[in-house]
Design a protein around this ligand. Structure first.
Ligand code: ARG
Length: 265
């Protein structure tokens, strides 16, 4: 169990190592910082969750560091998964951070910053389950968070509108369904599943990776289409990775060494 493994790597464009030192702080001359409203679905530990009424996690520290570097203050607010997209579309929030995978489909409606985290879907099942890989999910009852890449991945396997697929408003509700025996498996992001298993050993769940079925995904900060924050944030992300802040946040929340590998998308 000590061998808790988060297979995850950070994408650093080779460009990143070349670029940089010329970056200057964008704090306005007056010293007055604008406070950005950042929305999230804080039910996704270790990236975003609530602790004593406060929204905390990897994403929270990361977006705070990025915003600070770009010269802004931030307020991170839990609004839920579907609502966060509504807010960004309607421009009632400045940005959303919520382990959001950059997808072509979402890119039609939203802008994203450059990627900041590599993820993959993964399967969580009871330890005694006979499910061994993604193909084995066929015919089983599967719980996912509605509107996630986990849902897309499962639908690609078993077809859309399959009544064996149960969709929930949050990932935690999907996990509860598995716990209660109403589902045979949950499909969601690998780091989230592995964190859950580590923190809840009494549940007797295990995770199953399947690289032939589940594709690499990258998280980005979600922005309204055409947001002028994109340029500032992209630059700030590069800076935060480069100056070691990213690595600190990574260690704090993921409790594992950052593998700074250059990855091709
Ligand atoms: N990465 C997946 C997606 O973008 C799931 C993210 C869910 N995030 C959350 N905070 N519930 O679809």
């Amino acid at each position: 169990m000590k061998k808790f493994k988060i297979v995850t790597t950070m994408i650093v464009f080779s460009l990143l190592f070349v670029l940089s030192a010329c970056g200057t702080s964008t704090t306005s001359g007056s010293g007055e910082k604008k406070t950005l409203r950042i929305v999230t679905d804080a039910t996704y530990a270790p990236f975003e969750y609530q602790d004593k009424g406060e929204v905390v996690g990897f994403d929270v520290d990361f977006v705070k560091a990025v915003a600070k570097e770009a010269g802004y203050d931030v307020k991170v607010e839990h609004v839920g998964w579907d609502p966060l997209f509504v807010e960004i579309k309607g421009k009632t929030a400045d940005a959303a951070i919520s382990s959001i995978t950059i997808t072509d489909d979402r890119k039609q409606t939203y802008d994203f910053t450059i990627p900041y985290f590599l993820s993959k879907n993964e399967i969580m099942v009871p330890k005694k389950s006979d499910i061994k890989n993604a193909q084995d999910l066929k015919g089983k009852v599967i719980a996912v968070q509605n509107g996630t890449t986990g849902q897309d991945a499962v639908e690609a396997l078993i077809g859309k509108n399959n009544n064996k697929l149960k969709k929930f408003e949050s990932n935690n509700l999907a996990i509860l369904e598995l716990k209660g025996g109403g589902a045979d498996a949950v499909v969601s992001d690998n780091t989230v599943i592995e964190t859950y298993i580590k923190n809840n050993p009494k549940d007797n769940f295990k995770f199953i990776e399947d690289d032939t079925t589940f594709q690499k995904e990258f998280y980005g900060i979600l922005l309204p289409k055409g947001s002028k924050l994109k340029a500032d944030f992209d630059k700030a992300i590069k800076k935060v990775v480069e100056n070691g802040t990213y690595e600190k946040i990574y260690k704090k929340w993921l409790n594992t060494k950052l593998d700074l590998k250059t990855l091709k998308e």
